[in-house]
Design a protein around this ligand. Structure first.
Ligand code: UDP
Length: 366
């Protein structure tokens, strides 16, 4: 009999399991995949740590979270500065003075602000109600048209007018010449890849891979005193109230016989016609210098049952359905957490924070 059965060896599950194990609890972690690390998983190809489920860049303002993850890996000084490619025109991201200068030829922050304000007024937006209006009021119509509209349509499969403003608020808008994508005090990539970090996190904890919770469900009460479930909530309930919407992502990964394919870790293709959203060149996350390179083209799709859910579609309709599942979850006695179970667009640091807090809460309640 275990104290905790943790379903899912991704970030939330692994952090929760670590806290419990450090607290002297007996923990079993299961995952239906054949590897640990969830979507953070990296695999070495030609000595390059390939982010198999897309780019993961750790960034946080939360000192405790940063200190926690640094116990399990050394982080390098990688700073994310993606480049946007709009039909061969290159722009700096996040939106900053380099972007404004390239778009309009403006030099000073005041000039840039005036351009944006002019375009916001022309569009007649006072209070933004959706992603389109939010984007135009933050950066103006030209940047919206070239750098946001097509990319967002590809990533979310919906026009910006049907998406919540919150999605675009993730990105900083800066009136300085600063290409750092994140407003974070701490940022980096675990040296040697994320999988190594997870191996350390789960060190000494029993992990069973290729193990599906749905097959253990009936006996879960005999296996552990408490279950922690990090999968999707609608799947947990067999989609009995209908399924939530997610976006899924497919990667086309190639090893190339060149040391440098695109000159940056991340290039976003922001036009609507290019079928992929971005190309990741993995070696640059760790300043790799080998003769070869590995790239992944990222394609975004509407999720259907059986696919891997990546991004929750946090609109009103899904929010209402999620609330019904959440209601059902309350009577199960199970702890739910993580991006999938919470149906929230969490970054990695928030996921770690949630897991640390949850363990504190449940251990204090005993
Ligand atoms: N986005 C955009 N153009 C870009 C990059 C991002 O319009 O070149 C928008 C898009 O709507 C996206 C959102 O900003 O969904 C958040 O981007 P982020 O980079 O945070 O997405 P993630 O890396 O989590 O996929």
């Amino acid at each position: 009999m275990y104290d905790y059965l943790v379903v899912g060896a991704g970030l939330y599950g692994a952090v929760f399991a670590r806290c419990a194990a450090d607290d002297g609890k007996k923990v079993l972690v299961i995952d239906k995949r054949d590897h640990i690390g969830g979507n953070c998983y990296t695999e070495s190809i030609e000595g390059i740590n390939v982010h198999k489920y897309g780019a993961h860049i750790f960034h946080t303002n939360d000192r405790e979270v940063w200190e926690f993850v640094n116990r399990y890996a050394d982080f390098n000084r990688y700073t994310n500065s993606p480049v946007a490619n709009y039909k061969g025109e290159l722009y700096s991201l996040p939106f900053n003075m380099y972007t404004f200068n390239k778009m309009w030829g403006v030099i000073t922050p005041d000039e840039a602000r005036m351009r944006i304000e002019e375009q916001r007024r022309e569009a007649g937006i006072t209070e933004p109600h959706n992603l389109e209006e939010q984007a135009i009021s933050l950066v103006g119509k030209d940047i919206y048209d070239k750098l946001i509209k097509g990319y967002t349509m590809k990533q979310w499969g919906r026009p910006c007018s049907e998406l919540p403003a919150s999605i675009i608020k993730r990105l900083p808008v800066r009136f300085t010449y600063d290409n750092n994508y994140f407003n974070a005090l701490y940022q980096g990539i675990p040296m040697g890849g994320y999988t190594k970090l997870f191996e350390k996190l789960l060190d000494g904890i029993e992990v069973r891979l290729g193990t599906d919770y749905s097959k253990l469900k009936e006996e879960a009460g005999q296996i552990a005193a408490k279950v922690v479930y990090t999968g999707a909530l609608d799947e947990f309930f067999g989609y009995e109230l209908g399924h939530l919407e997610y976006r899924t992502v497919r990667f086309e990964t190639e090893t190339l016989d060149t040391p440098n394919y695109q000159g940056n870790a991340v290039i976003n293709y922001t036009d609507e016609e290019t079928p992929y959203t971005r190309i990741i060149e993995h070696k640059f996350f760790e300043f790799g210098t080998s003769d070869k390179t590995v790239i992944s083209r990222e394609y975004s799709y509407e999720w259907k049952i059986g696919d891997e859910p990546f991004y929750p579609v946090n609109d009103t309709k899904n929010g209402e359905l999620y609330a019904k599942y959440e209601d059902k979850a309350k009577s199960t006695g199970i702890i739910f957490g993580g991006r999938l179970a919470d149906y929230k667009y969490y970054d990695m640091d928030v996921t770690v924070r949630k897991a640390l807090d949850m363990y504190r809460e449940v251990s204090a309640a005993v």
